[in-house]
Design a protein around this ligand. Structure first.
Ligand code: GLP
Length: 261
């Protein structure tokens, strides 16, 4: 796991956008895994800015898979993750809706919607780079504490904490769905490169538990320790509870130019 303490959310956006672009340059038909939430937004804006300035790669052959989705929102709801990803990133990059997939909460057969989504990901050849945020309770996608570290895409019930955290996107807490479809932790571990971004003080303890704590279902993001290729980009506030912060800084400062991410 490469932990990279950076100076600001803006610096994170520049590095994260560079990582995503490098994957697409290397593999024009790359498969991108996309996260929602506030954290990746500066990265998405950076990607869009570079694309509009014709500085980015072509996204003409790229396919995307969303991490998760609310269950119970009307189709096309502005806070559905499908609509959010289209609005915040993929429409602007010219990636058509037919190439942006998400777990289907309108499926007639909801219990097997997860299985169908896994089959779609597999048919696309798997995810090349998966953008991830982290919940204040250490959740990854919508895998709340207690989720099996081997879990697959399935329906989950949100914790009260996550519903409160996400209420800011809705008119009121009551409007936040109670159920979701989410990639499992085992599913996420199959992506070739995991790119976790955390910013702000509310993420400091969860980040420290994920990076330096024991691997445990009590902190779902700690499952990242089992993956061979993880990059963790942190702003100073999110990095503030790490015991080995000085070491991560030394490693990043001494990072050879040829190494990449
Ligand atoms: C949601 C999403 C996660 C995201 C998390 C943190 O619950 N399902 O993928 O990482 O919230 O969101 P934010 O970045 O807004 O703090």
């Amino acid at each position: 796991m490469e932990v990279v303490p950076l100076g600001s959310a803006g610096q994170i956006a520049a590095v994260a956008a560079g990582i995503v672009e490098a994957v697409v340059r290397r593999k024009p038909a790359a498969v991108l895994g996309l996260a929602t939430g506030s954290t990746p937004l500066p990265t998405y804006r950076e990607l869009l800015g570079r694309h509009k300035a014709a500085l980015g790669p072509s996204y003409a052959a790229v396919t995307c898979f969303n991490l998760d989705e609310y269950v119970g929102l009307p189709v096309g709801h502005q806070q559905s993750y499908r609509a959010t990803i289209a609005r915040e990133l993929t429409d602007g990059l010219g990636i058509g809706a037919d190439r942006v997939h998400g777990p289907n909460p309108s499926s007639d057969d909801l219990p097997i919607a997860g299985e169908c989504y896994e089959a779609l990901i597999a048919a696309a050849g798997g995810i090349d780079v998966q953008v991830l945020g982290i919940g204040s309770d250490g959740h990854l996608a919508f895998n709340e504490p207690g989720s099996s570290l081997a879990s697959r895409t399935r329906i989950k019930t949100l914790t009260a904490q996550t519903r409160e955290d996400n209420a800011r996107f809705f008119g009121s807490l009551d409007e936040v769905p109670t159920h979701v479809l989410t990639q499992g932790l085992g599913t996420i571990l199959e992506a070739r490169h995991l790119l976790l971004i955390a910013t702000g003080e509310t993420k400091a303890d969860a980040t420290a538990a994920a990076v330096e704590g024991p691997v445990s279902a009590s902190c779902p993001a700690s499952v990242l320790q089992l993956h061979p290729h993880v990059t963790v980009l942190l702003d100073p506030a999110a990095a503030s509870s790490l015991d080995r912060l000085a070491h991560y800084r030394e490693v990043y400062c001494a990072k050879p130019a040829w190494q990449g991410f």
